[in-house]
Write a protein that binds this ligand. Sequence first.
Ligand code: MN
Ligand code: MN
Length: 478
Amino acid sequence: MADEKHAEEKQAAEKQAGDVQSKAAYTPKIAWSVYKDQETRDKVRSFCDDYIAFLSACKTERETVAKSLEVLQGQGYSNDPASDRYVTTLNGKCLFAFKKGKAPLKNGVRLIIAHTDCPRLDFRPHPFVEQAGYAQAKTHYYGGLLKYQWLARPLALHGVIVKETGETVPICLGEKKGEPVFTIEDLLPHLAKKLPTQTVREAFEAEKLNVILGAKPLDTDEETKVSEPVKTAILDLLLETCNVREEDFISAEIQVVPAGEASYVGLDSSLVGSYGQDDRICVYTALRALTDMNPELDNENCVLILSDREEIGSEGSTGASSRFFEYCLADVVQAHEPETALRHVILASYALSADVTAGLDPDFQDAHEKNNCGRLGYGVCFEKYTGSGGKYGASEAHAEFFAMLRGLMNRRGIPWQATELGKVDCGGGGTVALFLAAWGMNVIDCGPALLCMHSPFELSSVVDIYAAWQAYMAFYEG
Ligand code: MN
Ligand code: MN
């Protein structure tokens, strides 16, 4: 290991000293060398300021869709499929937007799809328990997360409670300044002697992901007996402050998410740290691409899809495997070009599955194959295929489509890299690309690389955020 490291350092030093390379060689460029002038760097900073505000405000799929809808409506999008700017949503959790171009629809659309959901802890239908003098809420985790990362940290509650009358009570607790937060306790190291001999699965159980709601018993006189005095006091408090009862939580969607705002990371503020960057980094950059694109480059018909349920396989009516998005496109074609069959529009279309990938982790470099891994700061990643092992469970972009995109990025001087998720035998993952590929559409994964993906504090690079926005915009502009 030591020798290998030494050789690597030597290699890097040689490269820096002006190592001679073949004219035919290819080395991806660090994005900082592309965004060199101060004016561009100021633009990167200001774009990321807006992104940080978006991340801090949007912590659930409902909040993300509501915010995106508001932005689009502000740009003149309406719910009329016959209009040139059409937007519609389903259950407030996924969104379809269409912007008419000059070209006929039979030439296809330029479609970008990103997902609104993130790994988190959901309240169960019967969340409330009292144990050892603490009122707690039992949770059911959603998506692939490392349970220990959610312990002993400030958490907030976001979501909705829908009463049987149909009235919706929005919930957002633990975010405002001075407001109490929530947490899940962890065992002190002094008593965690068993921990080193346990597997992670044994050590961290889903049944122990219980959120502390309170520890103060109901005030009663000495004669009155209350079997669960803390839980009772908390339920009383919920009735008083939110006007909701225990049964109302059966028809509720309460998500436990990290409390607090997104922020820059590092002395040089070169990184952004936040919950939810997978995949709201792509939601935000794609949304901005659609609203910021050059009005003179208006040939292409542009579609933006924000889908839900990606983290658990895209199942469900609001997930990418839902027919909903196909219906939306059918409505658009019917309204604008009824003589063209939907299938012909789809087959002529190109899509970007806008999702994040893994960046080379400085402390876990062994998980990556360094010739093919993503690196933070090297621009937007294009991933020809995902999947695991022998490319199982993945679609694969065709070489012709990749060539077209590579040309587009190079002509525009947008920093980009071609990546794979990690070492082939280390694991793997998937995106929504396969659902669009199932329509027969040309599709490729494209998005920034992250460190600490699926953790409560994911890291991205400011230059990659900017590059993703530029890449999506270039794709829409054609
Ligand atoms: Mn994702
Ligand atoms: Mn994910």
